[in-house]
Design a protein around this ligand. Structure first.
Ligand SMILES: Nc1nc2c(c(=O)[nH]1)N[C@H]1C(S)=C(S)[C@@H](COP(=O)(O)OP(=O)(O)OC[C@H]3O[C@@H](n4cnc5c(N)ncnc54)[C@H](O)[C@@H]3O)O[C@H]1N2
Ligand code: MOO
Length: 407
């Protein structure tokens, strides 16, 4: 029995995972998921320091002529203190004298004779001092378990001198296809045959999403051939197949899995396209059997497979999030089943793809997002707000508009 979209998402977000970890240098951790909470081992800045090139002074001396009694560069271990009516020349980032209570930028001073200066601008107490710990406190959590290591997390780690961290291993994903009519893109093809575009699609997408992917070949349409591929894949965290889930005479994928004690988690989702999707398990390997139709399987993968992968990489962010945009044009559909509709979102308007029959391969190449409408919706009016799910979200554009007005 086909289950609802919400039930399918609930099931996937609650699957048990068997996450494995490894310790890596931070340079190799990009896009990995943190497996052990990382806390700051020291304050940042480590000491009170100057935010300007200029002079450290005692605030109360601000109206006096000040004698320059020393110079401190960033990285110096200088412990000299200020005396009455003195100042110390200081560079940005240098540790300030312990009794300094303001920094005067060089351009706010006038040089006098006898190595003296005079301040020519208003001074506030404690101005231009960067205080110990104002950026990061010792023991503050820098990265939580389940967070992705991106460039800004690398900033935190490097600023603390953290060289190695514990991250989850990439999940192992095996992808294969079945279907006598299918040939791989590097094979010779007859007029009556079809290139297998699904397998390379899912290999590429799973890799983009942080998985270690393996291709193990393509089965002929016999139960034995499909079983062989499955048995060869049982070290994977997830096996993705496409095709053979419907009711055709040559659809043996289901039977092959059944003979290998496939435990069905769900069979069918009340959604269009992609209803015949099957999700299950053999031993510790999850199995996602997607429909053969290329657009159907790709959209189902975006809606459900990505959530599964967020779980398998160890991310704590496992729920879809949306961006609000407006419909570019009026849209009419038949009521009856929740429907995934691909399109292009330009930052303001969502433009529904005109080509979207489930068997098409060209659609997603010109889309960057999708919407999912419920079975009760019959039409959406132009300019209505809709919830958009990003697919490809680098979010640069080839149209040059004014940076501020966007016109
Ligand atoms: N009598 C019925 N027929 C169909 C039903 C149904 O309910 N009753 N459902 C339709 C729906 S919905 C879908 S989706 C497909 C699902 O079919 P299968 O998953 O069994 O897939 P196949 O029959 O093997 O192939 C369908 C279609 O997709 C092409 N395909 C398959 N694999 C690939 C691949 N790796 N790369 C590119 N293209 C692929 C295949 O050539 C077919 O055109 O069933 C409907 N039929
Ligand atoms: O729903 Mo199928 O999945 O038409 O393409």
């Amino acid at each position: 029995m086909a289950i609802s979209v919400n039930t399918a998402l609930d099931i996937i977000t609650n699957i048990k995972t068997n996450l494995k970890y490894e310790i890596l240098p931070i340079e190799n951790c990009l896009n990995r998921i943190c497996a052990k909470e990382i806390v700051a081992n020291s304050y940042l800045p480590k000491f009170d320091n100057s935010a300007m090139d200029g002079y450290a002074i005692i605030f109360e001396d601000k109206d006096e002529e000040l004698k320059i009694i020393d110079t401190i560069f960033a990285g110096d271990n200088n412990t000299k203190l200020l005396e009455k009516n003195s100042c110390i020349k200081i560079m940005t980032g240098a540790r300030i004298p312990q009794n300094a209570t303001a920094i005067i930028p060089k351009e706010d001073t006038e040089e006098l004779n006898d190595n003296k200066i005079k301040i020519i601008q208003k001074v506030n107490k404690f101005q231009h001092i960067r205080y110990i710990g104002e950026d990061i406190k010792k023991d503050e959590v820098l990265v939580k378990i389940g967070e992705e290591i991106n460039f800004s997390k690398i900033t935190l780690l490097a600023s603390q001198g953290i060289s190695h961290i514990k991250v989850y291993k990439r999940p192992k994903i095996v992808v294969f296809a079945s279907g006598e009519e299918l040939k791989l893109h590097y094979e010779k093809i007859e007029d009556y045959q079809i290139y297998n575009s699904n397998t390379p699609t899912f290999l590429a997408r799973a890799k983009e999403l942080g998985c270690e992917v393996t291709f193990i070949g393509q089965a002929k349409d016999t139960i034995e051939a499909i079983k062989e591929l499955i048995l060869n894949s049982l070290d994977a965290d997830l096996i993705i197949t496409s095709g053979g889930v419907s009711v055709g005479d040559a659809d043996f994928t289901k039977d092959a899995f059944k003979e290998l004690n496939f435990e069905t988690i769900f069979e069918g989702i009340q959604i269009k396209p992609g209803k015949p999707t099957i999700f299950g398990k053999i031993k510790d390997s999850y199995i996602l059997n997607l429909p053969g139709n290329p657009l159907a399987s790709a959209l189902i993968f975006e809606l459900f497979g990505r959530v599964l992968i967020q779980k398998l990489i160890g991310s704590k962010d496992i729920f879809h999030n949306f961006i609000y945009g407006k419909m570019k044009d009026d849209f009419k559909t038949k009521k009856g089943r929740d429907t995934i509709i691909p399109g292009y979102f330009d930052g303001e308007y969502f433009d529904i793809s005109q080509k979207r029959s489930p068997g098409m391969v060209s659609t997603l190449a010109s889309c960057n997002s999708m919407i999912v409408i419920t079975d009760k919706v019959e039409n959406i009016k132009k300019d209505n707000f809709i919830k958009i799910l990003p697919i490809n979200w680098k979010f640069f554009s080839n149209t040059n508009k004014d940076f501020f007005t966007h016109e």
